[in-house]
Ligand binder design. Structure first.
Ligand SMILES: COc1nc2nc(N)nc(N)c2nc1C
Length: 309
C-alpha cells in the first residue's frame, strides 16, 4: 500500500506541476480527478500513510481562529522607487559610484501587483508560508498558501531554504470573482491585488482554495547552502527546484538596455494575464549587492520603476 500511495502521490504532484507551473498539462482533468479520488480512497483506508506533501493535504482542515506571527530573520524590505528615465539614470550612477566600476550587469523583472510572500522549506517539505507584514513580523498563512497549486509541497533540495515571491490573482479570476460577488450582493474587490490580499487573509482555507490564486517566486531569503554568484543564477535555480518564476526576466548589460526593457513593457503591459505595477531592476552580481548594502528600509542595489498609475 505504501508503494502504491507513493506512486500515486508522485504522479499527482507531477501532473499538478505540469498544469500549474509549466502551464502544460499532460493528462486530462478527468484523468487527474480519477487518480486523486483513488489517492483519497487509499489514504482513508491507510490514514497513517498520509504524508504532508500529499496533494490531498492542499486544502486544509478547519478554519483558524487567528493567524500566528512569524519573524523574518532576513527582513523582507521594500524597494525604492524611480518614476522616470532620469531617476533610473540616477540609480545607475549611485550604483557605479558605490561599486567604483562602470561595468554593472542588471536583471530586470516584472513587478507583479500582488502581495509579498515568504515560503520556508525544511527537508524538502513546504513547512511555513508568511506575509511580509512590516518587513520583520508577518502572519503565518501556511494553510492558505498550500491551496495555491503552483506552490510545490516538496522540492528536491533538502537543505533549509526560504524563498520569496509575489502572490497574485490573475485578471480572469478577478473578473469572475467580482461577478459572483455582485450576484451575491457582496462588495466587489477594487482590484486583483486587494482580492488576492483579501483571499489570503481568510481564516478558512477552503475559501482561499477557490480563489485561483497564483504566485511568482523571485528571491531567496535564508539559505545556508547558498553558493551562487548572481541573482540570475538564483532565478534559474528556483525554476529548477520546481518553483514558478516569471519568464519575462532579462539580464541587461547597462542602464540603456534597462531603459529599453522598461519602454518595451510600458507597451506590452496590457497583454499580460495579470497586473504589474512596474519593473524591478537589480544588480545581478551578489557580491556587488553585498557591497552596496541597504538603507534603513530598502536595498541600494535595486529599484522599482513604477508605471504611471
Ligand atoms: C529584492 O527585493 C525585492 N525584489 C522584488 N522583485 C520583484 N520581481 N518584485 C518585487 N515586488 C520585489 N520586491 C522586493 C522587495
Amino acid at each position: 500500500a505504501r508503494q502504491k500511495l507513493d506512486t500515486l502521490r508522485d504522479e499527482l504532484n507531477e501532473y499538478n506541476y505540469q498544469y500549474h507551473v509549466l502551464d502544460n498539462p499532460s493528462v486530462s482533468d478527468a484523468e487527474y480527478d480519477a487518480k486523486m479520488k483513488e489517492l483519497k480512497a487509499m489514504e482513508a483506508e491507510f490514514p497513517d500513510l498520509v504524508t504532508p506533501d500529499s496533494p490531498s493535504q492542499r486544502i486544509g482542515g478547519e478554519p483558524l481562529d487567528a493567524f500566528e506571527k512569524v519573524t523574518h530573520r532576513v527582513p523582507m524590505l521594500s524597494l525604492g522607487n524611480a518614476f522616470n528615465e532620469e531617476e533610473l539614470k540616477d540609480f545607475d550612477r549611485r550604483v557605479r559610484e558605490g561599486l567604483e566600476t562602470d561595468n554593472v550587469t542588471y536583471v530586470c523583472e516584472l513587478k507583479i501587483d500582488g502581495l509579498a510572500i515568504s515560503l520556508r522549506y525544511q527537508d524538502g517539505l513546504f513547512v511555513q508560508g508568511a506575509t511580509r507584514g512590516d518587513g520583520t513580523t508577518g502572519e503565518d498563512i501556511t494553510s492558505n498558501l498550500k491551496t495555491i497549486r503552483s506552490i510545490p509541497l516538496r522540492i528536491k533540495d533538502r537543505s533549509p531554504i526560504e524563498v520569496r515571491g509575489e502572490a497574485f490573482m490573475p485578471q480572469k479570476a478577478f473578473v469572475s470573482l467580482n461577478e459572483a460577488r455582485e450576484k451575491n450582493e457582496e462588495e466587489p474587490f477594487a482590484n486583483p491585488r486587494n482580492a488576492a490580499a483579501g483571499s489570503l487573509r481568510q481564516l478558512d482555507p477552503k475559501i482561499a482554495a477557490k480563489r485561483h490564486l497564483d504566485i511568482f517566486l523571485y528571491a531567496v531569503g535564508e539559505w545556508e547552502s547558498g553558493s551562487l554568484e548572481t541573482h540570475s543564477e538564483r532565478l534559474t535555480y528556483l525554476q529548477e527546484l520546481g518553483f514558478k518564476t516569471n519568464p519575462e526576466w532579462r539580464k541587461c548589460k547597462d542602464i540603456d538596455e534597462v531603459i529599453q526593457y522598461v519602454e518595451e513593457w510600458v507597451e506590452k503591459r496590457a497583454s499580460l494575464s495579470y497586473d504589474i505595477d512596474g519593473i524591478v531592476i537589480k544588480v545581478d552580481n551578489l557580491e556587488a549587492q553585498e557591497q552596496l548594502g541597504f538603507t534603513a528600509k530598502s536595498p541600494r542595489w535595486a529599484v522599482a520603476y513604477k508605471f504611471p498609475a
